[in-house]
Design a protein around this ligand. Sequence first.
Ligand code: NIG
Ligand code: FE
Length: 425
Amino acid sequence: MKERLLNTMLNKKVFYNISKLYSLQGGVRVKEKLSDVSIIENAFIYVENEIIKEIGKMDNNFVFNEDIQYIDLEGKIVTPGFIDAHTHLVFLGNRNEEYLERMGGQTYLEGLKKGKGIYKTVEDTKNASIEELVKKAKENALYLISKGVTTIESKSGYGLDLDTEIKQLRVNNEVASLLNIDIVSTYLGAHAVPKNMSKEDYIDFMINVVMPFIKKEGLAEFIDVFTERNVFSIEDTIKIFDKAKELGFKLKIHADEMTPLGGAGLAAKYKCISADHLLCAKEEDLINMKENNVVAMLLPMTSFNLKKNYANISFMKENGLIIALSTDFNPGSSPCNDFIMMMRVASRVYNLTPSEILSMVTINAAKALDKDWIMGSLEKNKQADFVVFDEESFDDVIISMGNPYLKEVYKKGQLIWRDNNEWTR
Ligand code: NIG
Ligand code: FE
């Protein structure tokens, strides 16, 4: 009796009858290892209190113990939960006008220079109440979850003033607890210079007021900078990074997205956890990133949506960089929170196999958040975050452009999303 009570408290669960378990165990994937997704056939996952205690093959000795809850996954396939490690999740309003202007030939940076682009979203987000922001961000996050995402990185940067930036970061925490997922918060005050301030004053304000406040309140784990021509220069970024390091933040950077400023080289120097975009990154800077273990975060939907070139992924692969993929979900440069669409586009534009894609959105994406010790693969002592597909293999999820037959999403062993459509198989 005592033992049974203890087992219930421990919340012991076995997920069994998994035809293919894509475990991704064994650490980050580079070069040829990118294709090795460590499949276990006819598998089970044993979970105690959110954490995987064992995975393996269901052999003849597989026994049912009455103290444990058994969940039959009916011969479906299982992958780790996807990690969307670069998003701008919290905002209000749309950028339809800017889109139409771009269709007329205007570039993204021209729109920003005219005081539109990011500034339009800043206005909309400033004017929003916390309830409105939570409602919208929750809707958008839930859609990501319905596409297999169990962890989201979410940046501020649509407030620029103290109150709105803090509001955005608090919304992250609220949405994470409402939806029972992990949201990793990043302060991206350096997204644009507010219209009523000089750049120098704004940088002083960020490093002397906002960053210490965020640290004290524990509202963000990362500091990110949009290092771009006419936005923040390399020198500006250095000022922000120096203070961020002193305060104990981890670093990310929007690097070499539209112009080759050298953000990738700076990322290597400052040992950023990831450098993101990298469309115009110099080869020597990429090599430097590799030597300093900086993850190359590629965002295919941004190139696609802005009709830009794609990052030089073959060079990155050949040279052994750790490559990850994310949506960059935001209302301007990448209005896409369909994670499955992102993976399918990535496969086609970067010439990646489904297995390579899977490595880049699980264990490698976990590394881009410095969380590969607890998530990104299905193995002992990691969180039981996983997705159940009614497909024969993960290849079908990427090669098909239609319904991915995604059935269920589990976070820390708990069901957080299920497909209730009767018409699917
Ligand atoms: O990652 N480039 C800067 N930041 C975002 C775009 C944000 C926006 O346009 O609202 C990006 O592409
Ligand atoms: Fe971004």
